[in-house]
Design a binder for this molecule. Structure first.
Ligand code: ZN
Length: 206
């Protein structure tokens, strides 16, 4: 494989990018001057060095090499520690945070569970979530905030099944985002008003 094909292959591994778009990226890079390419390479290298995975919510955050393993949200003691929202990805959490109406903590699953998946543990941080819930003492509500599509619903069912025992034992309520009139909320693409009303109209299920 030559460097053109290799780079195309790399870009097509990006979320939501198909082979044709990947090729356009490579052609775009070919039109840039050397200083652009240098900055691009430097930034890719530094984003990895400057970021860390939060040891509590498992989101990536810019740590600038600080020794803290907690992101600014998990470090913020003014938030409501009776609420925990489970989201699939970092971007979902960022979008919810932008609404400014949620003041609890988060947990980032790191993915979703496809229907009929045999080894969900490989795809999502369920063990890490169970470990975290075992340590929680003040938690009163877990909000499962998945996309309203079949895979999101399947993930929700999987979570429910796995955390039922511990949430029951600790008297923690489970809720999901309200669907309202819209049948297909996608957290990543929903505007703040939609998310606000989904949160406000959340359905308590246990
Ligand atoms: Zn965190």
């Amino acid at each position: 494989m030559n460097s053109f094909d290799k780079l195309t292959k790399l870009f097509s591994d990006f979320p939501g990018i198909g082979p044709r778009q990947a090729k356009r990226f490579v052609y775009f890079l070919l039109t840039r001057n050397p200083s652009y390419i240098d900055e691009f390479i430097t930034l890719i290298k530094s984003i990895k060095a400057d970021s860390a995975l939060c040891s509590s919510c498992f989101r990536y955050f810019i740590s600038n090499k600080s020794p803290s393993t907690l992101c600014p949200i998990c470090n913020d003691r003014n938030r409501d520690l009776t609420k925990l929202m489970i989201v699939a990805r970092d971007v979902d959490m960022e979008n919810m945070e932008k609404t400014g109406v949620y003041d609890g903590y988060y947990f980032v699953l790191g993915g979703t569970v496809p229907i009929l998946e045999k080894e969900p543990e490989r795809l999502v941080r369920i063990k890490e979530l169970e470990k975290r819930l075992a340590k929680e003492a003040d938690l009163k509500e877990i909000i499962i905030a998945m996309n309203a599509n079949p895979e999101g619903e399947n993930t929700e069912d999987f979570l429910r099944l796995r955390i039922k025992e511990i949430s029951g034992a600790k008297n923690i309520n489970l809720s999901t985002l309200g669907r309202g009139l819209s049948t297909g909320i996608e957290l990543e693409y929903s505007d703040s008003d939609t998310l606000k009303s989904a949160l406000k109209n959340r359905e308590h299920t246990s």
